[in-house]
Design a binder for this molecule. Sequence first.
Ligand code: BGC
Length: 906
Amino acid sequence: MIALTAARLSGQAPLGVNGLRVEYLSNPVGIDVSRPRFSWRIASDTRNTEQIAYQVQVGLSPSTIGRGSGLLWDSGRIASDASVFVEYAGPALASRTQYYWRVRVWDSNTRASSWSPVAYWETGLTQPGDWTAHWIGPASTPADSLPAPSPLLRRTFQVKSPVASARAYVTSLGLYELHLNGARVGDQLFTPGWTSYNRRLQYQTYDVTALLHPGANAVGAMLGDGWYRGYLGFFGQRNIYGRRLALRLQIDIHYQNGTSERITTDSAWKTAPGPVLASDIYGGESYDARKERAGWAAPGFDDHDWSLVSMLGPPATTLVASTSPPVRRVRTLHPIEVRRLSSGETLFDLGQNFTGWARLVVQGPAGTTITLRYAEVLDRTGDLYTANLRRAGQTDRYTLKGEGEERYEPHFTFHGFRYVAVAGLPGPADTTTITGIAVSSDLAQTGTFETSDSLLNQLQRNIIWGERSNFLDVPTDCPQRDERLGWTGDAQVFSRTAAFNMDVAGFFAKWLADLAADQDSSGIVPWVIPNLFSDSVHFGGTAGWSDAAVIIPWTMYLVYGDRGLLERQYPSMRAWVDYMHRRAGTDLIWRPGWQFGDWLALHSDDPSYPGATTSTDLIATAYLAHSTDLVARAAAVLGKVDEAGRYRSRFRAIRAAFDREFVSGAGRVGENTQTAYALAIAFGLLPDSIVSAAGNRLAGDVQARDVHLTTGFLGTPVLLHTLSGTNHLPLAFALLTQRSYPSWLYPITRGATTMWERWDGIRPDGSFEDAGMNSFNHYAFGAVGDWMYRTIGGIDLDSTAAGYQRSRIAPRVGAGLTGARASLETSYGTLASVWSVAGGQFILDVTIPVNTSSTVTLWGTRVDRVQESGRPVRAGIGIRDVQQRGNDVVVVVGSGQYHFSSPATP
Ligand code: BGC
């Protein structure tokens, strides 16, 4: 009893439940899942707490649920340790209805929690007849397919009596901004988001209760071209999804007197061009403030000279509720330098490369036009460097109305930049003239990683900024040039790192739905999702890229325990793997012809790096094997025993074929490139007997290049894992901390604040790489973040208990680091590892979430030398098991905090 008290953490309720979520969000409004899944977190003041049972109650009002009576569904006490993605199993849910829920748990120490606070979710328009609004837009003109001023649409309506609640359901062809009674509704940007529009079009649900009032009201929307009909893709196409912008909206008003009413888009709406003269994702926006129509979205505005809207036939698509975190303004940045350029423009340096725009604050005469040009880097003369933007204009133009201080932010465009060159300013500029506004999918940051090495910390910051800049509703390759597309390969290699840094569960669930929607009937996955290349046969089916279909759902399952997503994606995963099988020869080698291969690897045409090209046959066969392996694992998780067996034996057969074709008995793989070894080892394709020889050859190549890498998009993510996994940990550390080109830290020595697309975006001599492909904000090489978290921070999952229900903590010391800290908000709570080496002691503090356990490894020590919380380590008080395994000590712990120390190994 005394010991138990000593292990108590102060200040907490003994056992509590919090962090309630439905699907991927807390208290979501407008979701259309028929059996939503509940997740919760448990807080406990003692170590080693596990849930042994739970009870969920669902009701139609907070008060009935508070009394526990009149419930819609009561799970009763369910003996289970499940606290993540627990499925609702009550009666069918109604459309447009708010449901309240609460949960309580029982733990392994025979305690019961009190009920959690009540949370809710609200269903969207789940029945086919729920949408009654028409599609409306400006009348069709011959110029529909050309850039044009953004239309404003409006109508007034009467609210007859006090409002109890009101919801607006909104979607559009093109982008929309919604206004009610003069106020912007919500803070979401780029709605309705980017999906495979012709198959899945999202709508948003807004609680607009507070924006309505009895009497005259007005609703307005501004539409922009966006991805729907603006320029998109590097072939300069427009109108990929359609030619006409349109809006569909309905506002359901529930009066306090029990009646209700619906306002919809219909023939009563009017339209006129607004002040956005032109807007385009790549090109930027032109805005003439003199053309603003003050009060246009408020009642009382005179719209007699506006045109009537026209009705459009419904587009052939399915409307779906959006459930991934929306895009929002997520950061503001202030200039660190303001100076004049020889062109006369004023240059603002925001100190950080990012995605978004500049907010302009200016005063001057009406009609003055200010031009803002955006770029990521400066050239050697200190001027804006824009050649790498290719055809993306990245230019905003603002024309003043001349009415005192004016503030401007663009509406339907974004830029990738650090520098802004501003022309036409009517007065002197200072650091308040512009402010950088960073926009991104508003994903919760879940990971932290920090070490005693400032360059590694900068690398981590650059990876985070790469993710923030490119996770803008879809995972894009880059945010600046005429691309910004959902490149599958980039997303695939980065997905695990992404899931350390941020909560990407809902984000990827959305994108994977588009991936499955865009996959063709033969299983081919397009290069980019949403797909914008019409002939998918020629723009898809590529090893390492299309494998996103398999690798990302599997990763999301491992990281979040999202079995439902795995189930949903399984047909898509299988279809891709089956496609590859059909393409492979009878010898099970896939020889696909031209492929991206190990994209942007150091090629053999670089005389200083001979032999770094890995054949596409080897890469394609390696991915065929790996994705087959993952489908077998997914089938096993989903209880598809026969299929699991079939894919498992296929995997073995491909592995044998790979070894016959590419591997020598002495451990040589393919062309002897780093990537060939890294893929073969990481994907488990080599006979056990030669893994170590292959690892030595890989290490030998790295050493022969004076500790430098040669890998591209596909080899880089697994390079350090394979080195450290084959007994070359010091070399992996040396490679990570290498500063000279090519290396992860080289760009940082050149001032990089984001990940570069190429190892030598700016060459050692200061010149730029080929402007045709030289992004300074591409996250792919940032996939090394995964190794940093797992190896230096030492936190990892156990794939046999997905979602970190079982974790591993095994931090490694190297490269002269004296300490590191890593933490991750898992679905169960905070998992953390903090270590330091000081005074001859290795100190490790770990935090393990409630309802999980962890295997902690202390390398190179003996049980009798390890202490926990100042006492010799032994089983008891949360410590379930202690073992000496060779030179290492392995301790299995339950939830709680533990403080280990051991003499440091020299
Ligand atoms: C993109 C990449 C992408 C690649 C395909 C590029 O233009 O920026 O990141 O994966 O094409 O090789």
